[in-house]
Write a protein that binds this ligand. Structure first.
Ligand SMILES: [Zn+2]
Length: 221
């Protein structure tokens, strides 16, 4: 099989750590605006619904400036809606919407954090008329909900939760062109998540690596 020399073996589309330093891993490190400093490496940057200070306006201003100054920002996020955090709902909605607008303005894909608010996320994305790719990160819900999200043309990123065996049905059915894998805040190596996916999907590691690299190129240019 033809092997492209310069493609990394593994893509970790969403991580909060810098632990997996293997050269064969391309990570997108997540940075939370107003809480963490941006580093000179490919990253996603966003205002997380758990960490919105006051009405979020000062963070949004800071974020806009960061987007102007830092070409290493590959994506907006994680940002989104969360029904089990204390942040007031209206604040969450307005700060999420403002970030969707920034994503359009700066032509960046969006990495979405969503807890018990899928219909609201779908609605906001419709209202914002998003044309840039949307990735629902850490997806660990039902196959039915996955189908609904895939119908909206979203990408789904699966994490270490798949190792628990409850998402095997989804692993067997998800269109590979809409898939990403991630470690998020787990210290399980991304290679292990790839290996599990391959075993359940009955796919070779080469095929999965090539597919996720092509998804990465398509979404992140
Ligand atoms: Zn995360």
């Amino acid at each position: 099989m033809f092997i492209v020399q310069d493609r990394p073996s593994f893509i970790d589309v969403h991580t909060h750590f810098g632990t997996d330093t293997a050269l064969s891993v391309r990570r997108i490190r997540n940075v939370i605006v107003g809480k963490e400093e941006i580093m000179d490496e490919p990253c996603s940057v966003g205002i997380h619904p758990w960490y919105i200070f006051d009405d979020g306006k000062a963070q949004l201003d800071m974020f806009q400036q960061m987007l102007c100054d830092n070409p290493s920002i590959l994506a907006i996020g994680e940002c989104g809606l969360d029904k089990i955090t204390d942040t007031p709902w209206q604040t969450q909605e307005s700060v999420f919407f403002a970030q969707l607008v920034l994503a359009t303005e700066f032509a960046k894909p969006v990495i979405v954090h969503c807890v018990r608010a899928y219909q609201e996320v779908i609605e906001q994305i419709k209202v914002a008329k998003m044309a840039t790719p949307i990735i629902i990160h850490g997806f660990n819900k039902s196959k039915e909900l996955a189908e609904q999200l895939l119908q909206q043309s979203f990408y789904l990123s699966l994490g270490a939760d798949i190792l628990r065996g409850r998402q095997d049905q989804l692993i067997r059915s998800i269109p590979l062109g809409r898939l990403f894998l991630e470690t998020d805040n787990s210290d399980i190596p991304i290679s292990q998540i790839y290996t599990y996916f391959c075993r359940v999907r009955n796919l070779s590691m080469d095929e999965l690596q090539a597919q996720l690299w092509s998804n990465f190129e398509e979404v992140f240019n």
